[in-house]
Design a protein around this ligand. Structure first.
Ligand code: ATP
Length: 460
C-alpha cells in the first residue's frame, strides 16, 4: 500500500533522516543551496560511483578527467556560452519579481515557448490574459530580455573587466580543451570517451523543486569521440547504455521515459538530443539527463579560437578528421532525488506500518547494520568484532539501543538493505540472523560467512 510522495514529505524526510538540509539554516537558509547530511553524502557518492564504475572502470574505451572549475575565459567564448547561454527573463512591475518567461507562458497556456525570441515572448505575455504574476496576479510586465546564466567573478585583487572569469556552467568544456592532452598522453584511439564529474554553476532565474534545480550542482558528463558517419549508431548505443544503468539500479521502468527533442528546437551544437526523464509525482516528467550528438562543433570551435590543431589522426587509414561527439550529460543531484522518490514506500505489513526506502544495495547509504541483542558481554563483544570486520568494505552501522523492532524500523527508513543480529544462541552455534529489508525474511547463517554473503548480495 504505497502512498503518493509529495514534495513536502520528501523534504521533511530528507531533513529528519539526515539526507539533505537547507544550506545555512541557522541564518534563515539561502534559497537554492542545499547540504548533504551523513546519509545523503553516502548516497550521492554511491550514485556518482556507480556512474563512474559503469562508464569508466568497466570499459576499456573511456578514461577519466578532473578539470578546473575556473578556466580561461576564452573557453566560454568558443563554446558559445558568453554569447548565448541565456534564459529569457521577465520582470513583473507589480511585485518586482523576476521569472523565466518560458515558464510563465507554458504554465498558463498550451504554448511551447522553447526557442521563442524575446520579442515573441513579450508580445504573448502582453496579449494573453491568462498569463499572470504567480505572486500577486498582476498583468504588468517589462519587456522580456535574455539573461546570461554564467556566474562571473574576478581573478586577482583587481576587479577590472580584463580579470573577469566564470564558474563553469558545464563540465563538458573541460573535456574538449583537454582532448589533445589526453590523446597525447594515453593510448586512446577513436572511438573513445573522456568522463568527468564535478560541480557546475548556473545563475538560474527560478531555481526550485528542492535539489532538482539549484544554482550550484554536480554533473557527470562523458564525451565519446567517434568517426563521423558512425555517430548515429553510437548515439543509439549510448541511449541504451544509459537507460540500462537506471534499470540495473532498480528504478521503476514505468517512471522513466525517453524524450526526443524536436529537430527545430535543438541546441546550436546538436544534431539530435534525447533526454531521459523521470516522472516525479510533484512535477511530472522531468529531465534527469540529456544524451546529445554534439557533432564536431566543440572541437572545431576550440581549434579556431585557440589556433591548436585538434584533429584526430587515424593511423590505420592515414586520415585526419574532427571526431563527432556523443555526450551523455547527467546530474547526480536530480538522479538522487529520483531514486529517493522511487524508493520511498509507506506500507502496512502484518498490521504494522513502516516507512522503507527500497534502494538498490549499491545506492543504499549504509549497506548493513549490526545489532547485538544485548548490550552486555559476550554478545556485544562478538557483535563489535563482526562490525569491525565489515566496516572497512563499506558503510556499516552499529546499533545497540532500543528494541530490535525499533532498530529495524530505523534502518528500513535509512534504506539499509541488510541487518545482522547477534543473539545469545550465537555464542553456542556461531550463527547470526540476517534480515532482508524488503522481504523482511530472516535467515540464519554462520558468522564466518557474513562478509562473503553481504559482498555477494550487495554487488549482485
Ligand atoms: P534544464 O533544462 O532542466 O535546465 P539542461 O537541459 O539545461 O537542464 P544540461 O545542460 O543538459 O541541462 O545539463 C545536464 C544535466 O545536468 C541535466 O540533465 C541535469 O541533470 C543537470 N542539471 C542542469 N542544470 C541543473 C541545475 N540547475 N540543478 C541541478 N541539476 C542540473
Amino acid at each position: 500500500m504505497s502512498q503518493t510522495v509529495t514534495m513536502d514529505k520528501i523534504v521533511a524526510f530528507c531533513k529528519r533522516r539526515g539526507f539533505v538540509y537547507q544550506s545555512s539554516e541557522i541564518y534563515g537558509g539561502i534559497r537554492s543551496s542545499y547540504d548533504y547530511g551523513p546519509l545523503g553524502v553516502e548516497m550521492k557518492r554511491n550514485v556518482k560511483e556507480e556512474w563512474w564504475r559503469r562508464t569508466v572502470h568497466m570499459r576499456d574505451d573511456v578514461v577519466g578527467l578532473d578539470a578546473a572549475i575556473i578556466m580561461h575565459p576564452r573557453v566560454w567564448e568558443a563554446s558559445g556560452h558568453v554569447g548565448g547561454f541565456n534564459d529569457m527573463l521577465v520582470e513583473s512591475r507589480t511585485s518586482g519579481r523576476r521569472y523565466r518567461a518560458d515558464h510563465l507562458i507554458e504554465d498558463a497556456t498550451e504554448l511551447d515557448a522553447e526557442g521563442m525570441s524575446a520579442e515573441e515572448m513579450t508580445r504573448i505575455i502582453q496579449e494573453d490574459e491568462r498569463i499572470k504574476d504567480p505572486v500577486d496576479g498582476g498583468r504588468s510586465f517589462a519587456p522580456v530580455r535574455p539573461f546570461n546564466l554564467m556566474f562571473e567573478t574576478y581573478t586577482g585583487p583587481v576587479k577590472a573587466p580584463e580579470n573577469v572569469v566564470y564558474l563553469r556552467p558545464e563540465t563538458a568544456q573541460g573535456i574538449f580543451v583537454n582532448f589533445k592532452n589526453v590523446m597525447q598522453t594515453s593510448r586512446v584511439k577513436v572511438p573513445f570517451g573522456i568522463a568527468q564529474q564535478g560541480k557546475s554553476f548556473r545563475n538560474e532565474i527560478t531555481p526550485g523543486n528542492f535539489i532538482f534545480r539549484t544554482r550550484e550542482f554536480e554533473q557527470m558528463e562523458m564525451e565519446f569521440f567517434v568517426e563521423p558517419g558512425t555517430d548515429e549508431e553510437w548515439h543509439e548505443y549510448w541511449l541504451k547504455e544509459r537507460w540500462n544503468w537506471y534499470m540495473n539500479l532498480g528504478l521503476k521502468a514505468e517512471n522513466l521515459r525517453s524524450y526526443e527533442h524536436p529537430k527545430e528546437k535543438l541546441s546550436h551544437y546538436s544534431k539530435r538530443t534525447v533526454d531521459l526523464e523521470y516522472n516525479f509525482p510533484f512535477r511530472g516528467w522531468s529531465e534527469l539527463e540529456g544524451i546529445a550528438n554534439r557533432t564536431d562543433y566543440d572541437l572545431k570551435q576550440h581549434a579556431a579560437f585557440s589556433g591548436e590543431n585538434l584533429e584526430y589522426f587515424d593511423q590505420a587509414t592515414n586520415n585526419r578528421y574532427f571526431p563527432y561527439v556523443i555526450e551523455p550529460a547527467a546530474g547526480p543531484d536530480r538522479i538522487m532525488l529520483a531514486f529517493l522518490v522511487d524508493a520511498y514506500t509507506e506500507e502496512v505489513v502484518n498490521g504494522e506500518e513502516r516507512t522503507v526506502l527500497k534502494l538498490h544495495p549499491r545506492l543504499a547509504p549504509t549497506k548493513a547494520a549490526v545489532f547485538p541483542l544485548s548490550k552486555k558481554e559476550p554478545v556485544s563483544t562478538v557483535a563489535k568484532q563482526l562490525y569491525d570486520d565489515l566496516k572497512g568494505d563499506y558503510r556499516v552501522f552499529y546499533d545497540d539501543s532500543g528494541s530490535i523492532g525499533r532498530r529495524y524500523r530505523r534502518q528500513d527508513e535509512a534504506g539499509t538493505p541488510f541487518c545482522v543480529t547477534v543473539d545469545f544462541d550465537t555464542m553456542e552455534d556461531k550463527q547470526v540472523t540476517i534480515r532482508d529489508r524488503d522481504t523482511m525474511e530472516q535467515e540464519r547463517i554462520p558468522i564466518q560467512a557474513v562478509r562473503e554473503r553481504l559482498h555477494n548480495l550487495i554487488s549482485g
